[in-house]
Structure formats: structure tokens, C-alpha cells
Design a binder for this molecule. Structure first.
Ligand code: UD1
Length: 355
């Protein structure tokens, strides 16, 4: 069996790592890893490969940044000859970034099978670039690996045949479970006192000066009650500088490696974020999560987990933070099959289908 993995952006790396490892444990599986180069800063990419123990990519397409059309087109153009040369039995794509949809499209046109890890998630908001990537990728995939049952329901509604859909659980949690002991160790030397951990990078939150300013002002108000620790995504750092916003009272950090971020996350009083994956990680860690988005493609983190949607309602943010500080944060439980074994289930399905 010959599998080619495509990764490109930071959230792909923690999803691919356990799948690569699970397949390494199976006999007779050849694997090739392609990095599109969508994320290229060392602290957005290389450091994750090291910490997560992912083998160095066999091929780096080095596409870099660009508009959505340009970035997607560059990935497609550069990936096609690689695929024609490698001729794998199946290509695995991860999550919902531009690299995911671009690679799936190339495979579909060359009649090479695609497996989508983290299939079926829907925010039902097509203004979100990731939603377009999810819809396209799932339509083109031959094997769809879902993290939660809502994914199965969404795919069934869109007419995907049930035999293609496999509810395997959450591969991000595989990585979390594996590296939690390392994070606990790192945390022993670092995090003290109560703090809120913040991440922010969605275009809808950071590209409009008025929106970004309002959010950052609300975060500055939070510092009256507790420290705010904010590892800043490169896009957000550029915007803060561009718009000349003053954020001296926030503790700004460069993007953190996986283990260090996990250490900050597990000990936080609460997490304020617009990320997808962090909504899931906080649910697993049972840390309160306040999501600065109007919707989520991960509804299980709300129905079952610790997540609360805040949208752009800064008063709600203040109220929810007050609840956390008063010890009345939302409690949750860990969803089914978020147990550290999702990638083994994927390996089982691949072996069953391709051998
Ligand atoms: C991408 C994903 C998003 C994911 C996020 C995680 C898409 C559509 N979006 O968004 O779903 O949550 O990654 O980080 O694929 N930049 C750097 N260095 C880098 C990478 C990016 O400076 O290594 C800067 C560039 O100015 C670039 C901007 O960040 O233009 C945005 O990068 P891009 O990959 O287009 O999207 P993200 O916002 O990171």
C-alpha cells in the first residue's frame, strides 16, 4: 500500500503526525509526505515537524502566501507532476486549509483516490474560506474520516454514500494525548498565576481595523482582572502593526511550538480564540473556551464540551469571563472516540480498503 500525505498549514501537522505513525506500524505501507509550503515560517512549520516527530517532507512545493486563487492554483500546478511521478494508491488530506482542497482537486482530476481526515464538519457559513474547502474536499473524497457524528449527518445530507464515511474520532486528540505528559513537564517551569490565553487570526476578526480594535480593546479591559497571554499569528501581528494599535498591557508572544502552547492551554483560567482546533483541545482539557466567532463547524464542543460562542458581542465576552473568574465556567465532557486512537482506526480502514 502506497500513501501520499499532503500537509501545508500549521493545523495540518498535528493531524497528520499520528496517522503517519499509525501507518509506520503497519507492514508493507510505503509513505510519501508532501508539504505545500503554505506555512513557511520556522515557528509555523519546522518546529512542529520536530516536536511531533514527523519525518522531513519528501517534497516541499514552497508555494508561500498569496490570494486564495493564486495560492490554490500554485499548489495545484506544483502538486500535479509530483502526483504523476509518485502514483500512490491514495492521497490523505487533512482539515480545511487551501492546501487540503487544492490537493483533493488535483487527485480527482487524475483519478487518484483521496481520503479526507476531519471530514464532514460544517459551519454553514460560506463567507468562511475553510467552509468552501470543506465542501469541495468532501465531494471529491473517496474515504471520509469524521471526528464526530455531526460530520456523518452532514455528509449523509449532502448525498455522500454511507460506505465512504468512517466515524474514526479526532486525530488532533491523538497528538494531544501523546504530548500531554511533555506539556505537563514544560508547564512546571513556566505558567504561574491566573491568565487568559488568546489566539486570533481569522480574516473576519483581524483584517478590518474597527473589528480588530474592538476585540483588542476588550482584551485590554480583561487585563484589569487577569493577565492576558497572546501568542500572535503572523497575519495578526502584521495587522496590529499596520493599524497602529497599542497593546502594551497584553503579553504578546511569538507563535508557540505545540508542547509549549499545550502547556499554556491546560493551565489557563480560560481560552479566548477564533481557532477551530483550539475549541476541540479545550473541550478535551476541560478548560473553558470563549470563541470569537458567530458560528462553529465543531458544534459538539458546544453541546458537549466547554465552548461558548461569543461572536462579536464584547459584553457577552465580559459576562462569560466573569463567570469563569467566579468559578461558574461551563462544564463539559469528552466526546466519543476522542480517545487517542483515531489514527489507528484510520489505518484499519485504509488497510481494509486498499489491500
Ligand atoms: C490558514 C488557514 C486557516 C488556519 C490557519 C492556521 C486557509 C484558507 N486558512 O490561515 O484555516 O486556521 O492557516 O494558522 O488555508 N504568514 C506568514 N508566515 C507563514 C504563513 C503565513 O507570515 O508561515 C502570513 C502571510 O502574510 C500570509 C498570512 O500570514 O499572507 C496568511 O497565511 P495563509 O496561509 O494564507 O492563511 P492563514 O491566515 O494562516
Amino acid at each position: 500500500m502506497h500513501i501520499l500525505h499532503v500537509v501545508g498549514a500549521r493545523p495540518n501537522f498535528m493531524k497528520a503526525a499520528p496517522v503517519v505513525r499509525a501507518l509506520q506500524r503497519r507492514k508493507g505501507v510505503k509513505q510519501v509526505l508532501v508539504h505545500t509550503g503554505q506555512h513557511y515560517d520556522a515557528n509555523m512549520s519546522d518546529v512542529f515537524f520536530q516536536q511531533l516527530g514527523i519525518p522531513a517532507p519528501d517534497v516541499n512545493l514552497a508555494v508561500g502566501s498569496g490570494s486564495h486563487a493564486r495560492q490554490t492554483a500554485e499548489i495545484m500546478g506544483r502538486f500535479e507532476p509530483v502526483l504523476l511521478q509518485v502514483k500512490p494508491d491514495l492521497v490523505l488530506v487533512y482539515g480545511d486549509v487551501n492546501s487540503t482542497a487544492a490537493a483533493a482537486l488535483v487527485c480527482a482530476k487524475l483519478l487518484i483516490k483521496v481520503g479526507h481526515v476531519e471530514a464532514g464538519l460544517r459551519s454553514f457559513d460560506r463567507a468562511m474560506p475553510e467552509e468552501i474547502n470543506r465542501l469541495v474536499t468532501d465531494q471529491l473524497s473517496d474515504l471520509l474520516f469524521t471526528p464526530s457524528q455531526d460530520g456523518n449527518q452532514n455528509l449523509a445530507r449532502e448525498g455522500i454514500p454511507p460506505e465512504k464515511i468512517h466515524f474514526v474520532g479526532n486525530v488532533m486528540i491523538d497528538t494531544l494525548v501523546q504530548l500531554l505528559p511533555a506539556a505537563i513537564h514544560v508547564g512546571k517551569n513556566g505558567q504561574v498565576g491566573r491568565y487568559a490565553l488568546v489566539t486570533l487570526h481569522r480574516p473576519s476578526n483581524v483584517d478590518d481595523p474597527r473589528v480588530l480594535k474592538r476585540i483588542l480593546e476588550s482584551l485590554l479591559a480583561v487585563t484589569e482582572d487577569l493577565a492576558v497571554v497572546f501568542p500572535v499569528h503572523p497575519r495578526t501581528r502584521q495587522r496590529i502593526a499596520e493599524f497602529g494599535i497599542k497593546v502594551d498591557q497584553l503579553r504578546l508572544l511569538d507563535p508557540l511550538p505545540y508542547v509549549e502552547f499545550l502547556a499554556w492551554q491546560r493551565s489557563a483560567a480560560g481560552v479566548i480564540t477564533d481557532s477551530g482546533g483550539i475549541q476541540e483541545e479545550t473541550t478535551y482539557l476541560q478548560v473553558p473556551c470563549l470563541t470569537l466567532r458567530e458560528n462553529t463547524e465543531r458544534p459538539i464542543t458546544i453541546t458537549q464540551g466547554t465552548n461558548v460562542l461569543i461572536g462579536h458581542d464584547m459584553e457577552k465576552l465580559r459576562n462569560e469571563l466573569a463567570k469563569i473568574l467566579a468559578g461558574h465556567a461551563k462544564k463539559g465532557s469528552v466526546p466519543p472516540r476522542w480517545d487517542g486512537h483515531a489514527s489507528e482506526r484510520i489505518a484499519d480502514v485504509l488497510v481494509g480498503n486498499l489491500e
